[in-house]
Design a protein around this ligand. Structure first.
Ligand SMILES: [Zn+2]
Length: 60
């Protein structure tokens, strides 16, 4: 299973973390999100990975 790092703090994102997906399809923790790019979606990392097919390599 691959892992994904937060685009802001660089820490590995856990499936239970609250995250933001921006319009460039980069993931940051919700607490790290700084509004540089428009927000596309938000939820737990698990939710986002299951919702968007481009993250299918990251599905558990
Ligand atoms: Zn972060």
């Amino acid at each position: 299973m691959e892992s994904l790092r937060c685009a802001n703090c660089g820490q590995i994102i856990a499936y239970s973390d609250a995250v933001c997906l921006d319009v460039l399809n980069s993931i940051t923790h919700k607490k790290c999100y700084d509004l540089r790019f428009a927000l596309k979606d938000t939820g737990t990392f698990q939710d986002i990975v299951n919702k968007y097919s481009f993250f299918k390599e990251l599905r558990e």
